[in-house]
Design a protein around this ligand. Structure first.
Ligand code: UD1
Ligand code: CA
Length: 490
């Protein structure tokens, strides 16, 4: 096997507590761009073609393992957090095979690291025939980080932890990111790490000295952008990571032909796909497996999750879509809610305060205002009046209904499921439809109207004294009524 295609195993350190998050949630499960921080490391490892990935868990181990279950990683429990060297040893011990792979070490709380950067680190490690390569960066003030002490030769001599640094060492701007790639000797050498230092911890950084004592070459590969290894220690740090990831994602979309006039207000998860000439208005949030075709407009403050939008769809402001498929040229909102199982055909019109769930609306259906359409299919070109409710739930079970094509549902009708309404049927406004409606029929299912003559005069007349004080207009009206009667009697 040549160096270039040696297998790569990855150990992700994620056992630390993260006290400053002040959270019941383990630190590495806090989300950045919708993805737990540790999943970003797993994703990068996958993209690098890792043979094996081991995640070292400790604080909140069960929850971390649960979150990553099914992602094809192994876990190594580090019961006591005795330091990064100890954590690495637990992880490396859990690898299926030893002695034939390069090992990459990542942290579970640095989600900004680009896969390209890691690929460059590994390529450099292999090209330089280095045994141990540190991913380093440079900062004006590297307080908190271990510092890279370069010797006379081109290699790295030592890494000095903040706590152990002399003033001269602390002034060094090159810092240790904590990411390393190492050759297959790492597992054996790591067993010789001791905790003889000021912190009484097992330092993974001691591996460097152990490699050097073997006469092996150690190097540092410097990041272009030190922000890539930013971690989050508290919620402020978390928000900063979010801001950086969102800027990256939004900029990539803008470069690919998406308009985002106020990108600092828009949140798009990295799983979302956008076509060209998509316009994303301020405040929009796009999540999960959402796919948006060319020419779609997403209106201000809309939230779209796991939905597929075809060409030229217009989602108007303040709409919420989840698990919906929207056909070409359809328009939705403002203030619409499309819930899972919604399928809208081409050119469908959904207006304000319309909720759909498990609903198939064929091409050209219009539901302009105030409706609930649940567990229903509606044929092409039907018109759903304002206030229509498909009453799908009987308190225990949901029932399906089917409306044909070209149906006209008058306003404020209730269609009591399960119901079948034939093509071209009419439903009179205000109906409570409790029987099926045949094709082409008109259903009128409401009380018959009675008009009681003179009712108002009798009613208000009985309240004369109060009407006089509180309802001057009605008092005037009563006076005129009484004068007319008097005139007629005269
Ligand atoms: C470590 C490095 C330091 C480097 C810094 C970069 C050592 C001794 N020092 O600092 O040179 O500049 O990272 O951030 O390695 N972890 C465990 N188990 C443990 C301890 C840590 O899993 O027992 C995990 C943490 O969850 C975290 C990572 O390892 O993801 C780093 O731990 P942290 O305590 O932040 O590292 P430092 O010692 O501060
Ligand atoms: Ca740290």
């Amino acid at each position: 096997m040549t160096e270039q295609n040696r297998p790569l195993d990855v150990v992700i350190l994620a056992a630390g507590q993260g006290t400053r998050m002040k959270s019941a949630l383990p630190k590495v499960l806090h989300r950045v761009a919708g993805r737990p921080m540790v999943s970003w490391a797993v994703k990068a490892a996958r993209e690098l073609g890792a043979r094996e990935i081991v995640v070292v868990t400790g604080h909140g181990a069960e929850r971390v393992e649960q979150e990553l279950a099914g992602s094809g990683v192994r876990f190594a429990r580090q019961e006591q957090q005795l330091g990064t060297g100890h954590a690495f040893l637990q992880g490396a011990a859990a690898l299926g095979s030893h002695g034939d792979a390069d090992i990459l070490v990542l942290y579970g709380d640095t989600p900004l690291l680009r896969t390209d950067t890691l690929a460059a680190l590994i390529a450099d490690h292999r090209q330089e025939a280095s045994a141990f390569t540190i991913l380093s960066g440079e900062l004006e003030d590297a307080t908190g980080y271990g510092r890279i002490i370069r010797g006379a030769a081109d290699g790295v001599e030592r890494i000095v932890e903040q706590k152990d640094a002399t003033p001269e060492e602390a002034a060094v701007r090159e810092f240790n990111s904590g990411v390393y790639v190492m050759d297959a000797r790492a597992f054996g050498l790591a067993q010789r790490i001791t905790n003889e230092n000021r912190a009484g911890e097992y330092y993974l950084t001691d591996l460097l000295g152990l490699y050097r004592s073997e006469g092996a070459k150690a190097a540092a590969f410097k990041l272009d952008d030190a922000d890539e290894v930013l971690g989050a220690n508290d919620r402020l740090g978390l928000a900063e990571l979010e801001r950086i990831v969102q800027r990256r994602i939004n900029e990539a979309h803008m470069r690919a032909g998406v308009s985002i006039p106020a990108p600092e207000t828009v949140f798009i998860e990295d799983t979302v796909q956008l076509g060209r000439d998509v316009v994303i208005e301020p405040g929009v949030i796009l999540r999960g497996q959402t796919r948006v075709a060319d020419g779609v407009t997403l209106g201000a403050y809309s939230v779209v999750t796991d939905s597929v939008l075809a060409e030229r769809v217009v989602v108007k402001a303040h709409s919420v879509l989840e698990g919906a498929a929207v056909g070409a040229g359809a328009d939705v909102g403002p203030f619409a809610r499309l819930r899972p199982g919604t399928e809208l055909g081409e050119g469908v019109h959904i207006g304000n305060f319309v909720e759909t769930k498990n609903a198939r609306l064929d091409a050209g259906v219009k539901a302009g205002h105030l409706a609930y359409l649940g567990d229903v299919s509606i044929g092409a070109e039907s018109n759903i009046g304002a206030g229509t409710i498909v009453a799908n739930f009987d308190g225990v079970n949901k029932h399906p209904s089917r409306l044909g094509a070209g149906v006209f549902v008058g306003s404020n009708s209730t269609i009591i499921a399960p119901r079948v309404v034939g093509d071209a049927a009419f439903i009179a406004a205000g109906s409570a439809v409790h029987d099926d409606v045949p094709e082409g029929a008109m259903a009128v299912a409401r009380g018959k109207q009675r008009n009681l003559d003179g009712w108002s005069r009798r009613y208000w007349g009985g309240l004369r004294a109060k009407v006089q004080v509180k309802l001057p207009w009605l008092a005037g009206w009563l006076d005129r009524q009484e004068n007319q009667t008097a005139d007629r009697q005269a």
